[in-house]
Each structure stands twice: as structure tokens, then as C-alpha cells.
Design a protein around this ligand. Sequence first.
Ligand code: P5A
Length: 443
Amino acid sequence: MRLSRYFLPVLKETPSEAQIASHRLMLRAGMIQQASAGIYSWLPLGYKVLRRIEQIVHEEQIRAGHIPMLMPTVQSAELWRESGRYDDYGEEMLRISDRHGRDMLYGPTNEELITDIFRSHVRSYRDLPLTLYHIQWKFRDEIRPRFGVMRGREFLMKDGYNFDLTKEDALHAYNRHLVSYLRSYERMGLQAIPMRADGGPIGGDYTHEFLVLADTGESEVFYDSAVTDLSFGDRAIDYDDVEQCQGILEEFTSRYARTDETHDETLFADIPEDRRRSARGIEVGQIFYFGTKYSEPLGATVQGPDGQSTPVHMGSHGIGVSRLLGAIIEANHDDKGIIWPEGVTPFQCGIVNLKQGDAQADAACEDLYAALTGRGLEPLYDDRDERAGAKFASMDLIGLPWRITVGPRGLKAGVVELTSRRTGVSEELSPEVAVARVAEIYA
Ligand code: P5A
């Protein structure tokens, strides 16, 4: 992409309504624009990162054997009356009436709708296990939408639902989700710690939230600092291997880590004092096992091997896709702007032309652009007729992890400069080596 042809409405001023860094930076970098309280338009740069995050979530869900689909945002109240949640859900549910006076709602979650799909088609235990998921907009009429996309009213969620014959099988589905979430967050450059939590309006008493530690987080958390030493890394996973998935759950959840809703002072006091931590965190996902809470009232049953009809065991599993942008920026920024982890960056590399209009510099930038594109990368070429300082400031603000700077002086010596946004370290390299280096980073 050439910046002169892109739509990147960068703000010079710091927006006064934004209280935390991620919200400020998303507005300043022209990623989002508020449409009304807690509802945002995703401008091209923000939309690109949103799509990258979605892509990682899809890849990891499919790897775990879960099946993508798409359900609508607007749902009928009927199903919610069947489960009893139409009244229970309270003021967070946006209730709508259609022209025939029928009660509808903008879905805050999809347990009822997916259970209806399941009960319409599945009759036998032979069709299990089954896990379906989608990535779809949700609406929750939050009393205090704030911090930009962090607590929105309209937000993008990945929500997955497992259907199993037995509790044991459903717990394996729970473990598969835990493992796939650990992988997903790490690919996004985040450490998200699973912590015992409360079921809330979704239900069940077996649930973990995934928390990214950050001072600006809305959740209060308590944990053994040893959990922060764990990392998933590059392990081979067989998602059908019950023991392997259970082992990973135990590895990541056996130490004390809880949100304030389930915090237990007595258990906390058993942790050696120098490892006891209380902090704040951003909840970027939550997994639930709730047994037959929805399958029973909605009549989602299958015929078991013994010929008996039994309600299926279920769980649901959510990732806050749009909230993740805020969480990633909270964890990756400095005074100058965002520092994208390579896994989610909107463009892999920036190209800054220090002397636009200089035939040699222009040609060298065009060559770099073509070479990077040829390697399957998407560079952002700042080809505007601007001062070098302004170009650097924009690049630092939007946070591309790598920048290649091209100027007439360097070109005389046959070099360009490759700079890391994170460390600020620059190296002078021939254009070919710079391209190879960037390609290798993303290989
Ligand atoms: C699990 C999937 C559920 O809704 N039903 C389907 C279950 N869980 S949850 O914890 O309530 O939500 C899942 C994740 O969505 C994000 N989230 C939000 N993001 C932005 N703004 C909001 N108002 C908001 N509410 C929830 C969180 O990341 C949460 O973990």
C-alpha cells in the first residue's frame, strides 16, 4: 500500500475523551472512530488488525477440530424464553420489536440459537463430538461503555459451542479450547493467564477467564507469580489426545490464579509470600462448561449407545476479538505510539523515502516495494511529499515492527537502513539483504 493512496486519518492532537493509552493511540493512529457511545467504525488500519486477529483465531480453532459457521446478530426472543434467559439477562440485552410487534433482540451471545440448530439436526451420539463456532458482532448495552473497544456495546466475539455425550467428553472439549486459546494469544504476542472465574449470566461453575496483566485492566486478579513463567511455545499438539490436553490444562491452571469473584484468601495465603501478587488484568477470553443448562430446557437430546435419549453436555467458549486490539496495544506501546507484535501487524514493514521526487530514491523505494511484495509481504510505503520527521512520527505512531529508510546519501554507499520499532536499533544493509532479513523474520 502506498500511503498517498491510503486512508489513514492520523490525529495530531491527543483526544481528550480517551483515558487509557490504547484508546488514545487507536484514535490517533486513525484506526477507529466512535459512531455513538461504545459503538465504533473500524477505519482501514484498525480493520486490518481486526482481520489479522480473526485470521489467527480461525486458524487455531480449525487446527483444534472446531467448525466455522455464521449465525445472525438479530435473534428471536422465543428461544430465550425457552431457556429462561429472556428475563434473566436484564438491561444488558438490547430488545427490539419488529413491524409485526414480535420481540427480537440483538444477540449478546448465542447459546440458545446454536442449541436450536443442534436440536433440529442431531439425533444420535454417533454425530458427536461436535464443536461449532463463529466470529460475529455482539451487542451488550453496557452501563458504562469505556476505554474504546475495550468495553464496547457493539463488539466482535469468537464464540464456540461444544456438544458431547458425556461430561468427560465435554471436559475434553473444554481442555481443547484452553490449549487452542493459549496458542492463539501467544501468536498475537500476548501472555494471557487462565484464571478461575465466575459463570455469570452464561452459567456453570467450571470456568476460566484469560487475563492479560495490565494496570489499566478492569478485573482485579490474584495469582502465584510462578504462572507468569509459563509459556506455551512451539509444541506439537494432538487435539484428540485426551491426556495431552488434560496435562496442559493442569500445567497452566494448577497454581493459584483467580479473579476477585472467586478469590479465596485462605488458599492465597498458602502461596509463599514473595510469589503472592494482586494486580489488574484485561479479560480477553472465557471458557465455560455448563453441562445440560441449555440442552435440557431446549430439548437438545441424542440417543446414546444404550438407546436411551439423553440431553447433551455443553460448554461455550469466547474470545474478545475486538477487545484484543486494545489489550495488545496496552501491552505494546511507548511514548511515540504503538509497537505491533509481528503476528498481528497491519503491514509487515514500512518504507520511508527521505527525498520524495529524487529519481534514485524513488526508484530504490519502488524496487524495495516490489521485492517485499514479491516475498508475499505487505509493505506500507510512505511516498508522501513530507518532511522526514513527519514521516518517522507517523510510522512510530502506527507501530509497524520494521522500517526501511531510503535516502540519497545511503544509496550512494549502496545501503538503506533497517530499523526495529521495538528496540530502535538500526542497521545499514544493502537493499537486497534488508528485504531478505524482513522476509526471514516473517517466514
Ligand atoms: C462464551 C462464548 C460468553 O459470552 N458465550 C459465548 C460465552 N462469554 S463472555 O465472557 O461473556 O464473553 C467472551 C469474551 O468477550 C469479550 N467481551 C467484550 N469485549 C468488548 N466489549 C464488551 N462489552 C465485552 N464483553 C465481553 C471478553 O473478552 C470476554 O472474555
